[in-house]
Design a binder for this molecule. Structure first.
Ligand SMILES: [Zn+2]
Length: 404
């Protein structure tokens, strides 16, 4: 082993090679630092006296699949300027890290295509070490995203851990990036976001969200000038929930066995867009059969499908007329679920029609949610809450394998 190989193969410069040991299938290089190159790690002075050393071991890049470590007796020096004894800095590793910088870069490179468990197995290290390396890198890059350029946002909550714990996400609708992940849901979860947004000087034009009061209140307080848009995605989602409730009620009340049989398994059919119904599975016929037998269900279903057209109007004037007409029909249906829905929509009229001023929807949020779900199912690092949040902030990038 030469000094030049130490540099070119391992990225280590400024140290002397001492010896190589082969123990238990591992390669261990011992290196040392010349006393005359030692400097005070606090003030940088070279006017120091040798005061022994502390031996430390660092994981390094593997050689031909062999685990490789560097052993370095780190000199301790007494600085005449500071009057204190300290260890000198290690040039090839960050403070308190047990691996070299090239090893860290290699882990990150592998992490782009491999899961944490695969990287750990390949390098013969614990997966928590790989996770810590990823976490530090994610933290450096994503913990504090720039906010100044933000114009259009979507705010939404996601359930983690079987619906008992929530996170609140803020999405930049122009770039698709998650710019904030808050703990919990509702106005409180957004507090740290406002704290960072204010000094950024961002001019937020519009925010897409669901019709619940929590975020609306917070946004109108903190972003007085922003237009609030109750978006398509959330309105239809709410409607679908109501439709499922109605179907359950109809099913409970049905006394006829055959009638019950027809209703059974129609839940997903009711929620699907008509154009997505699977012809091979005979879904269209099954849905029609169920609707023919249940007039209230049919009315609710067709009114829901009709409501989609609200977002396809040529302009705000047409949309207003459409909404008024739709609300009248829902009211006149005599079906309680629909009347409730009409009431909710009427109360949020301004925010619904705002779509025709700023055409934004939380659509991209749905894509992000799906990615998070995949991550939740497969990520080993998920138990580390901070790591999980950092992964969400980086989710629009392909820097790491999603499932890590
Ligand atoms: Zn000093």
């Amino acid at each position: 082993m030469s000094i030049s190989l130490l540099y070119h193969a391992f990225g280590i410069r400024g140290y002397q090679y001492v010896r190589t040991n082969y123990t238990e299938g591992q390669v261990v290089f011992t290196i040392c630092q010349e006393p005359q190159t030692c400097r005070c790690s606090a003030c940088g002075s070279g006017d120091v006296l040798s005061r022994g050393h502390v031996e430390r071991r660092f994981r390094s890049l593997p050689i031909g699949g062999r685990t490789t470590s560097l052993v370095l007796p780190i000199p301790r020096v007494e600085c005449r300027a500071c009057g204190l004894v300290r260890q000198v800095d290690v040039a090839f590793a960050d403070p308190r890290r047990s691996f070299t910088k090239p090893f860290e870069r290699y882990v990150l490179e592998l992490s782009r295509r491999m899961t944490i468990r695969d990287v750990a197995a390949h390098l013969n290290v614990g997966w928590d070490l790989v996770k810590e390396i990823q976490k530090r890198d994610l933290s450096r890059r994503y913990a504090k995203p720039k906010l100044k350029h933000l114009r259009h946002l979507a705010i939404d909550e996601i359930a983690v851990a079987k619906g008992h714990r929530y996170l609140t996400l803020v999405l930049d609708l122009d770039s698709g990036a998650v710019v904030f992940v808050g703990d919990g849901r509702g106005a409180d979860a957004l507090k740290p976001f406002w704290k960072r947004l204010r000094p950024s000087g961002a001019k937020i034009k519009a925010v897409a969200m669901d019709m619940s009061a929590a975020y609306r209140q917070a946004v109108s307080t903190h972003l007085e000038k922003a237009t609030i848009v109750f978006d398509h995605f959330h309105v239809i989602k709410l409607f679908n929930d109501k439709l499922s409730e109605l179907r359950r009620a109809v099913y409970r009340e049905a006394t006829d066995v055959m009638h019950k049989q027809v209703l059974k398994g129609t839940r997903w059919l009711l929620l699907k867009k008509p154009e997505d119904l699977d012809a091979e599975k005979d879904e269209k016929r099954r849905l029609e059969e169920a609707l023919t037998l249940n007039k209230p269900l049919a009315t609710a279903y067709y009114l829901k499908e009709d409501l989609r057209r609200f977002w396809e109007q040529p302009g705000k004037r047409f949309a207003t007329a459409f909404l008024n007409d739709w609300l009248r029909r829902a009211e006149a249906s005599g079906i309680k679920t629909l009347q409730q829905m009409a009431k909710t929509l009427a109360a949020h009229r301004t925010g619904l029609l705002a779509y025709y001023d700023v055409m934004i929807t939380s659509g991209p949020m749905e894509g992000t949610n799906n990615k998070i779900k995949t991550m939740k199912r497969m990520a080993y690092g998920f138990r580390d809450h901070e790591f999980f949040k950092l992964k969400i902030l980086a989710i629009h990038e392909t820097r790491y394998a999603l499932v890590g």
